[in-house]
Write a protein that binds this ligand. Structure first.
Ligand code: B12
Ligand code: SF4
Length: 489
């Protein structure tokens, strides 16, 4: 017999976030996207009157742990679930400790990228009951149903839940393989339940709409850049009709802009073309932004994208040196990059280019080439970061093997997160201090050039609120580029 059930899903706060190697104005103060994974989980119960799901994004609401605990203490949910992101682990563990202490009868679940990499370390902390690795929509649904039926303790049932890790009755760690990703049909998964969050809280300064919705049309990436850990190495994608159904729903809901958050939206040009044709066939009038790679990309695709409402495209360029692009396994060349930006400019599609400095053995002159290259390709926006050695990446393994980091420092952090822990960097060739100076230089040379400021004045300042907003970001950025240190939290 199923019972009424209350579930709270939490995205952890930014406070105590491990300092990332991007200036904080670029990722923390002005950019906020909703936790899509939690909205997808909530979507699984949209039509279930017996399950009440609340999603709390502590990056924008109940940002302090005592506020969050007060709310949870009043609500006393049956289940609490938390997304674990490696950089946000310290505060996530603080929350988990408080939950164990104050709500000992509540079932505690975790999932997300960090949980997928370190399930056993998390279970050893004894702060959670179940860890979900990989995509979790169906596993989460099954688990909640088992709880409702009072069967959440049955080992035989738990073993059938793909990707689930737990400590069994004998005290042994168990982990069912998550082979479901390969078989997952994204078109069958209900749309994320966007009604669970206040969407006014989310945005990106580059967006021009009043209210942006975020969608995922694919998951995973078959490329294996050595610095990146995309949770799935194989690429799953949604049918064009399914994608445009969601876009249509979002337009009806009142969103006037859509940002596609895929890591690699344009891997299959045919599918992207079909999406554009479908948008045009249904006469949708909505602006949207894509996120993908510089290749494959063609002139005819750009024409179609523009016609279908795509006004900006984000791509990872990473470096202005062909040797470096080869070394990091990006599988693109500077010629491909130049072609992409020429095509976009020709068709009036704005661009945002991501760059990284501080790769293994990268020289200062290669970094200068990258800074120059950013100016040459002249996107509307750049986003530079210093390479962070993330767990589960080839470059992190290389760093361990070559003694650049001492031991598996991420695993130690995963076992017991500390407040002032620092992400390892590759500082054998260029010191951390110099990398930060070069990072500041990259933003200064690009955003504070005469040409860029003139372009900004001509293009972006359409309303008083936009002028105010741009002024605020400009002032913050100026403070950063002239500062000698700081700005990284
Ligand atoms: C969009 C995005 C962002 C956005 C928004 C983050 C947000 N609010 O979700 C922005 C740009 C703000 C961002 C910032 C950062 N991000 Co980010 N981001 C992503 C990206 C591209 C997509 C996330 C997403 O929506 N995925 C789609 C959903 C459906 O999948 P999902 O979130 O994994 O959720 C599923 C499962 O994990 C699971 N699940 C998730 N949570 C839970 C909870 C429970 C209880 C259960 C049962 C299951 C479960 O079920 C979900 C449905 O299947 C991912 C890469 C990727 N492809 O996942 C990186 C990624 C998550 N980001 C990452 C990082 C490192 C960061 C930053 C630290 C980067 C930085 N240098 O500052 C910051 C800090 C994060 C922060 N402050 O929140 C890493 C995390 C690595 C790690 N080991 O934790 C990833 C994996 C990218 C990478 N390859 O390195 N990010
Ligand atoms: S950086 Fe982009 S292309 Fe490379 S593996 Fe990650 S998602 Fe794929």
């Amino acid at each position: 017999m199923k019972k009424n059930f209350s579930v709270v899903l939490i995205y952890p706060p930014k406070k105590h976030q491990v300092a990332s190697q991007t200036p904080s104005f670029a990722h923390k103060e002005f950019v906020n996207y909703p936790p899509m994974g939690l909205l997808y989980l909530a979507g699984m119960f949209k039509d279930d009157p017996l399950v009440d799901i609340e999603v709390i994004d502590c990056q924008v609401k109940l940002q302090y742990i005592d506020q969050l605990m007060e709310h949870l203490g009043e609500k006393k949910p049956n289940v609490i679930g938390i997304t674990l992101i490696s950089n946000l682990l310290y505060s996530s563990y603080q929350i988990l400790r408080e939950i164990r202490k104050n709500l000992p009868d509540t079932h505690v679940l975790v999932g997300g990228p960090h949980a997928t990499i370190y399930p056993l370390e998390i279970l050893e902390s004894r702060l959670v009951d179940f860890v979900f690795t990989g995509d979790a929509e169906y596993s989460f649904h099954r688990m909640i149903t088992l709880f409702q039926e009072g069967q959440g303790h049955l080992e035989a049932e738990l073993k059938d839940i793909p990707g689930l890790a737990w400590i069994d009755n004998t005290g042994s760690l168990q982990h069912s393989p998550n082979s479901s990703h390969q078989k997952l049909k994204l078109d069958d998964i209900p749309f994320p339940d966007r009604g669970k969050l206040d969407h006014v809280a989310y945005g990106n300064p580059a967006n021009i709409g009043e209210q942006t919705a975020y969608i995922l049309t694919s998951r995973g990436c078959p490329f294996r850049c050595n610095f990146c850990d995309i949770p799935h190495k194989n690429y799953l994608f949604r049918d064009h009709k399914n994608v445009v159904d969601e876009m249509e729903e979002l337009q009806a809901f009142g969103f006037d802009e859509i940002m596609i958050l895929d890591d690699t939206f344009n891997i299959q040009i045919d599918r992207v073309e079909e999406i554009c044709h479908e948008i045009l066939r249904r006469n949708l009038k909505i602006r949207w932004v894509g996120r993908g790679r510089v290749a494959p990309f063609t002139e005819s695709l750009a024409v179609l994208l523009k016609k279908a409402g795509c006004y900006r495209f984000h791509v990872g360029v990473e470096s202005g040196s062909d040797d470096m692009l080869k070394q990091i396994g990006k599988k693109i060349t500077l010629t491909m990059v130049r072609d992409f930006f020429t095509i976009c400019r020709g068709h009036n599609i704005d661009t945002l280019a991501y760059f990284i400095i501080g790769f293994p053995d990268e020289t200062e002159s290669q970094i200068q080439e990258t800074i120059k290259f950013a100016q040459e390709i002249n996107p509307e926006y750049i986003y530079f970061s210093i390479l962070s050695l993330f767990p589960n990446t080839a470059v992190y393994t290389q760093a361990i093997d070559q003694g650049v980091v001492t031991g598996d420092t991420w695993r130690e952090f995963a076992k017991s997160p500390t407040e002032y822990w620092k992400i390892p960097l590759w500082t054998q060739t260029i010191s951390e201090k110099r990398l930060h100076q070069l990072l500041r230089q990259s933003y200064r040379k690009f955003y504070f050039s005469f040409g860029y400021i003139m372009r900004l004045l001509g293009k972006n300042l359409r309303s008083p609120s936009m002028i105010l907003h741009t002024g605020k970001i400009g002032a913050r950025m100026l403070r950063y580029v002239v500062s000698r240190s700081g700005g990284f939290d």
